[in-house]
Design a protein around this ligand. Structure first.
Ligand code: NAD
Length: 347
């Protein structure tokens, strides 16, 4: 019984896969399969404890339920966490052990990339297990460009809602994390004249951003208090908390990272500071929209993906408007919308 770890939700199933000889500790969490098979990436990350890994998997899989429901996809919510440092502990033997676990779960959980799991890893797993999406061989490939595009149109929708215009020229945006999504987002923002402030743990990436986009570089948590109009978190989650929200100067938070709010109360804290928050699992749905297209009759066709990703802007606008109307936080409205969709299907 892991429900107590997550506060309130009952996940359908949680599995532990452990093979100490091959260095695998994996948690696969299926939140719901009401709308379809549970799909979500595998995160390879050195969590501080086993419990931290379980909680991450529970939260991320619940987020996948909400994400797919709001994006109108016939998919449930699942996610896997492998507790390991992807740079030093991810070995072929470990991935082979994980592939055996995926085989055992076939039909119940479909995986894809997430932080720490690369396209090459997806291809490696797909040679050994049937339930791997987002591969290069016959799959939809790298989801990140679609996530970045969805985040970009979502950020513009937030700007429009807030100011009446989505013209990015001269708008100051702080991007935290210059990985697959953050970098691509910076390219799009720069192309439309936004003024960038960036940070990353990797100094090579920040130096490149300074060179290519004229971005200002800040260190660590200084990105939170950067003097900007929009904060775009594109690293890991939990950066919006009771400690950090008072420091924000941005009036909009719109970025791709999963689980941005450290606690449920942080949505309210943002409202109290007059900050418009684009719920993470709504704005970052571009990747799963792309992966889901693999399951369409007739196979993957990118032409079906682009208009669906563009619709993220309309979905967010509807959420912002409903939040204003009902006097609720945007994340509460998004969650209510997702739960309504799931409950309707359950009936
Ligand atoms: P990535 O691993 O390619 O990039 C993450 C970047 O963040 C790296 O450059 C890393 O050095 C940096 N970083 C990590 N911690 C940091 C910190 N404390 N401060 C500054 N930089 C830090 O990951 P990605 O695929 O770009 O994903 C970014 C976020 O978006 C993640 O939260 C991920 O779950 C989420 N997301 C990604 C996708 C996708 O399609 N890739 C889809 C949905 C959500």
């Amino acid at each position: 019984d892991v429900a107590h770890l997550d506060g309130f939700d009952h996940h359908e199933q949680v599995w532990l896969g452990r093979d100490t000889a091959r260095g695998l500790t994996a948690i696969v969490s299926v939140h719901t399969t009401v709308l379809g098979p549970a799909l979500g990436g595998t995160r390879i990350w050195p969590h501080m404890s086993f419990e931290a890994g379980v909680i991450d998997a529970l939260r991320l899989s619940r987020g996948m339920t909400f994400k797919s429901a709001i994006a109108g996809l016939p998919l449930g919510g699942g996610k896997a966490v492998i507790i390991a440092d992807a740079r030093t502990e991810k070995t072929p033997a470990m991935l082979e052990a994980y592939a055996e676990m995926l085989n055992a779960l076939a039909g119940q959980y479909i995986t894809a990339e997430d932080v720490g799991m690369t396209l090459a890893d997806a291809d490696f797993l797909a040679e050994r297990a049937p339930n791997v999406s987002g591969t290069t061989k016959g799959g939809s490939g790298n989801p990140s460009p679609f996530t970045a595009e969805g985040t970009f149109v979502g950020l513009k929708a937030a700007l429009r809602h807030r100011t009446g215009s989505d013209d990015l020229a001269g708008v100051r945006v702080a991007v935290q994390g210059l990985g697959s999504v953050g970098w691509s987002l910076c390219q799009k923002l720069h192309a439309e004249g936004a003024v960038l402030t960036v940070c990353d743990l990797d100094a090579v990436r920040t130096a490149r951003a300074a060179e290519q986009f004229g971005a200002m570089i800040v260190e660590g948590n200084a990105i939170i208090s950067a003097d900007v109009d929009i904060f775009a978190p594109c690293a890991l989650g939990g950066m919006l908390s009771a400690d950090t929200i008072p420091l924000l100067k941005a009036k909009i938070v719109a970025g791709a990272a999963n689980n941005q709010l450290a606690t449920a109360e942080d949505g309210q804290r943002l409202v109290e500071r007059g900050i418009l928050y684009a719920p993470d699992y709504v704005i970052n749905a571009g990747g799963v929209i792309n992966v889901a297209a693999e399951m369409a009759d007739g196979g993957y066709d990118v032409a079906t993906v682009t208009p669906r990703v563009a619709r993220i802007a309309d979905t967010l606008t509807a959420i912002f408007q409903r939040a204003d109307r009902e006097g609720r936080t945007t994340d509460a409205v998004a969650e209510a919308m997702a739960r309504e969709i799931v409950e309707e299907a359950r009936k």
